[in-house]
Design a protein around this ligand. Structure first.
Ligand SMILES: NC(=O)c1ccc[n+]([C@@H]2O[C@H](COP(=O)([O-])OP(=O)(O)OC[C@H]3O[C@@H](n4cnc5c(N)ncnc54)[C@H](OP(=O)(O)O)[C@@H]3O)[C@@H](O)[C@H]2O)c1
Length: 264
């Protein structure tokens, strides 16, 4: 067969498309719970950018699809209703969980969503054979007396219970604990990583939280770890990727990290 300039061009573009398709095929299908939320949208965008196939869990797919962002497959589900989760998890290799209660009281409270709902999703993920569960928790979850527990109906306590359930589940996990979340561009500041919930106020861009959560899927050093992240203008932007290699498993509060306990 004579290869003309045109047929060479067609062959080249076909092989590029095939190479891209096989790269995407080799990555797991990822379910993002809370994909319609402010961090969830950033997680979806980061996953799509890295070639993952993404399914978004929401209580209202029509509303979520209208809300813009990358066009992904939406599935209807409510983490409070365990019966809605097996269908959402069909064929899923990894879960990113960024659900959260917006109201302190009522039937979608922190207890119902951040604890019972996340627990349902962990159990359903285990039953579905999900290989890795990544969750957005919060810094200060190990401080029962924290003011957020008073004003937000035990939010941090419920999040800590969900973390404990995940650590005990047998599913490989990554627990990411940010401080106050900001809707500003990511990749501008560095990210300080620490363990032991040793406190300190701070802020971080939701896009940076998403970058860290998505990195957990391909970075073995992040498996079975719990850690806090803070935006840090004085650190090099990508320095956190090296800091990941210092993460210790089974280190999630001062006691387990062999640090002085909070009360001492
Ligand atoms: N805000 C902060 O400064 C801060 C700080 C530290 C940690 N966090 C934590 O970070 C996470 C993300 O926060 P965010 O402010 O980015 O989120 P957000 O915009 O408030 O979005 C919350 C998401 O949770 C989903 N959701 C709520 N109830 C649900 C239910 N019953 N079943 C299924 N999905 C449900 C919503 O989905 P649908 O409505 O589409 O169903 C929505 O996508 C939360 O866990 C939050 O506690 C927040």
């Amino acid at each position: 067969m004579k290869i003309t300039r045109r047929s060479f061009g067609v062959l080249l573009s076909t092989s590029i498309v095939m190479a891209r398709a096989s790269a995407a095929d080799s990555k797991p299908l990822v379910l993002v719970a809370g994909a319609s939320g402010a961090t969830g949208k950033q997680i979806v965008a980061a996953l799509v950018k890295h070639g993952y196939r993404v399914r978004g869990l929401t209580r209202d797919p029509a509303m979520a699809a209208k809300a813009g962002g990358p066009q992904i497959e939406w599935v209807k589900g409510d983490v409070r209703d365990a019966a809605t989760l097996p269908t959402a998890l069909k064929g899923v290799g990894a879960v990113m969980c960024a659900v959260g209660a917006r109201e302190p009281q009522g039937d979608n409270s922190p207890e119902k969503v951040d604890y019972e709902g996340v627990r349902n999703l962990i159990d359903a993920s285990k039953a579905a054979g999900v290989a890795h569960f990544v969750v957005e928790s919060s810094c200060n979850v190990t401080i029962p007396e924290h003011n957020f527990n008073k004003i937000f109906n035990g939010l941090l306590l419920w999040k800590m219970k969900a973390e404990d359930h995940l650590r005990a589940s047998g599913v490989a996990f990554t627990i990411v604990r940010p401080p106050q979340l900001l809707d500003e561009p990511g990749g501008i500041k560095g990210i300080r990583i620490q363990q032991g919930d040793v406190g300190g106020a701070g802020q971080i861009a939701r896009a940076d939280v998403a970058a860290v959560m998505v990195a957990a899927l391909s970075e073995p050093a992040m498996r079975n770890t719990t850690f806090e992240i803070f935006g840090a203008a004085t650190l090099p932007v990508d320095g956190w990727r090296k800091a990941l290699y210092l993460l210790k498993p089974n280190c999630f509060d001062r006691a387990t990290c062999n640090l002085p306990t909070r009360k001492s």
